[in-house]
Design a protein around this ligand. Structure first.
Ligand code: FES
Length: 126
């Protein structure tokens, strides 16, 4: 069964080039995490799994390069376009992160980042 949406965090929690917000998920039935970031003003979400070796990208929530213009895997340095998830450098060049359907809207007077789960990536049930 697919959930209709998940409130990830307040929109103000995601800052361009800042730390990611992470959530536990199930991907194809296996425990994993997803991460959510802001880039050029828009929220984006990805399965936290590098296409190179399947490791989580982040280091304690940090996923951006120092310049804040690319996402970077903390393991072997693959870099990704923050808005598309396309790998633009490193060992898995031209592969892609698994992008999640993310939008923002005001709920109960607070602007929220919302994830609409679909396909193989679903919220972990606590
Ligand atoms: S696991 Fe991400 S670059 Fe190797």
């Amino acid at each position: 069964m697919e959930a209709t949406w998940v409130e990830v965090c307040a929109a103000s929690a995601l800052v361009d080039g800042g730390l990611a917000v992470k959530l536990p998920v199930l991907h194809a039935g296996v425990a994993a995490t997803a991460f959510f970031v802001r880039f050029e003003g828009r929220a984006h979400g990805y399965l936290n799994r590098c296409p190179h070796m399947g490791a989580e990208l982040d280091w304690e929530g940090s996923v951006y390069t120092r310049a804040g213009d690319l996402l970077m895997c903390a393991r072997h340095g693959a870099t990704f376009q923050p808005d598309t998830g396309v790998c633009v450098g490193g060992p898995c060049r031209s592969s892609m992160l698994h992008k999640l359907d993310v939008f923002e809207e005001v709920r109960s007077n607070v602007r929220m980042v919302v994830w609409r789960p679909s396909g193989k990536t679903l919220p972990a049930v606590s």
